[in-house]
Write a protein that binds this ligand. Structure first.
Ligand SMILES: *Cc1c(COP(=O)(O)O)cnc(C)c1O
Length: 366
């Protein structure tokens, strides 16, 4: 049997699928106990799936960074007053089912609610939790009609769920249908965690098929340097060799990667595989994810230290997707103080900066 089919078949989906010699921590046990006893809770809760590959990366410690992202804990039942089912208000920006149109020139299609492995920090759990399967033919046609009629739209982001939880035939069929239905050149972004959780899904026959499509970008989510396994590295190299650009969107997660050492290793190693760190996201305010949240000022401090430490090429943009649907904004520390007069040497008016060394520098305003 091909390894990718074995990965699907042997994915852990229930409490009883964990290997007999693997013991759950008390907090994890408590999650499954509550899930079993609260019918309503199980309806709201994000499903469980852990591929054998991702499971094999879990270390021995209870607070292992891979384990935290994959095995649910009782804290998922805690909901803070400001946490929401749909924190980015995808629904408000959804003119057609399965489509999110928040920015003028690009749209996001929710191809499926299914994932190869569910991230316990998922912010779109409202969608993935409600048994949303693959997009249906009629839904896809409605989405494509919408895109075709709006010349401003230049880019389509295939997301979900994980689009690569669809089988090749279905997935490539959708790509071909998009090409056919919208004749102008669209940028296609594929947002998938397959390179992290199931690199076997992206064996060469798939990548060769993907490389046949023009203007395709892969966006993935490595959150910890240990996720860069030998198999994942091979997939990333294979993408670069085929001219498929790969970008990484990491999420800042407490206990997983909230240290300068971990983040700098992650971003440097990604660069070695020719993956450009694109975003580092502040955690979204999704229900049941408070145990992952890093305070924003702590994130700013980490980012400032990171800038002193690693190559500009390895630096992602630290950003927050504003609660309530405001969209993504960069979290930038300002080095620019203010406009000053008679302070900046030859120039009458100049902008004053405070450099990383704490000294003042000037740039003429004229
Ligand atoms: C994140 C997102 C995008 C892409 O934003 P970029 O800043 O271009 O990466 C587009 N549409 C929606 C709905 C999004 O959530």
């Amino acid at each position: 049997m091909e390894e990718r089919f074995r990965q699907r078949r042997d994915t852990i989906r229930r409490r009883k699928d964990f290997p007999a010699d693997f013991s759950l921590s008390p907090g994890e046990e408590e999650f499954f106990r509550r899930l079993g006893s609260e019918e309503k809770a199980s309806l709201r809760s994000l499903k469980l799936a852990i591929t054998p590959h991702y499971f094999s990366l879990i270390g021995n410690e209870e607070d292992d960074p891979i384990r935290l992202q994959a095995i649910p804990r009782v804290e998922e039942f805690d909901t803070l007053p400001y946490e929401k089912e749909d924190p980015l208000e995808d629904l408000r920006y959804s003119p057609v089912e399965r489509l999110v149109h928040r920015y003028r020139d690009r749209v996001l299609i929710l191809l499926t609610g299914e994932c190869l492995t569910y991230c316990r920090h998922c912010f779109r759990r409202h969608f993935s939790s409600h048994g949303s399967g693959a997009i249906q033919g009629g839904q896809l046609e409605a989405v494509l009609d919408y895109i075709r009629g709006r010349e401003d739209i230049h880019e389509v982001i295939l997301s979900g769920g994980d689009p690569l939880s669809l089988e090749d035939e279905r997935f490539f069929g959708i790509l071909r249908r998009i090409q056919e239905a919208v004749p102008r050149p669209l940028i296609i972004r594929i947002a998938t965690r397959a390179p992290v959780v199931m690199p076997q899904r992206m064996a060469p026959p798939f990548l060769d098929g993907l490389a046949d499509f023009p203007r395709v970008f892969l966006i993935t989510q490595f959150n910890h340097p240990r996720e860069l396994s030998r198999e994942s590295g091979a997939v990333l190299d294979a993408c670069a060799d085929r001219g498929i650009p790969v970008y990484n969107q990491a999420v800042l997660l407490k206990g997983v990667n909230d240290s300068v050492e971990t983040l700098s290793q992650l971003f440097q190693r990604l660069l070695e595989f020719r993956v450009k760190p694109y975003y580092l996201f502040q955690g979204d305010l999704a229900s049941g994810t408070s145990h992952f949240r890093v305070p924003l000022d702590r994130g700013m401090e980490l980012y400032r230290q990171l800038r002193q430490r690693i190559s500009g090429l390895a630096m992602p943009t630290y950003a927050v997707d504003l609660p309530g649907g405001g969209g993504k904004v960069p979290l930038v520390e300002s080095y620019l103080d203010t406009l000053v007069e008679g302070e900046g040497g030859e120039a009458q008016r100049a902008y004053r900066f405070t450099g990383p060394d704490g000294l003042n520098y000037y740039y003429p305003a004229e």
